[in-house]
Design a protein. Sequence first.
Length: 254
Amino acid sequence: MKTIARALASSLLALAVGVLLMTDVHAAELRALAGGSTTGWLNELARRFEQDTGHKLLIQFDSTPNLIKAAASGAPIDLAVAPVDLFKDTAARARFLAGPTVDIARVGYGIIVRQGAAKPDISTADALKRALLEAESIAFLPESAAGAYVLKVFERLGVAEVMKARTKPQTATGQIAQAVAGGDAELGIFLTNVLIAPGVELAGPLPAPLQQELVFTAAVVSGSSEADAARAFINFLTSPAAAVVIQAKGMTPG
């Protein structure tokens, strides 16, 4: 009986070791490009994916212009979860598999004020124009897909020239709310999910005629040696569990 037990234990140990070795063989290191506005929820979901699969994610979060440069340069990557603008660039799009991309999340634009400060009326285009002209300073991130849209809003309202002297460009999404909370800027305008922060309050979304959602979409790099793992991660980002996290971070899944 002891002999049989020892043999069984030995077999189980061998099986366990074999399973571990198989896990090591199939574990992938995925290199991804991602929009800076996705940092909070994408890092959280990446950790969950790593725990569930054994894969490892190395994510470069950056502004859209820099993501385009990275993709077009031929930098080693396996996938991207980025603003649609990345895939509108011919050189960058050529890096990815042909066919439609997979939409992961979307979010609109809004304006914040310092916590406790009076909130301007931005319910209509005219009201927003007045609020911008009355503000002494406005923080946003111009070097990004979202920043490019904010500049278009200024143009549509006919205040682009005036805003040049009043805007306070930031270099990272998190700095927008920090500038407003610290009193360095009276208003902050950007994607609403990155405007949710301590020390500030949302004055409201941009009025309907000027509102637009920025879509973050995903695709696998053509020729990636880890294409299956990359697809698995993208599929995970479209799961109900991921949708809960995305929504909790102020964005709309899909």
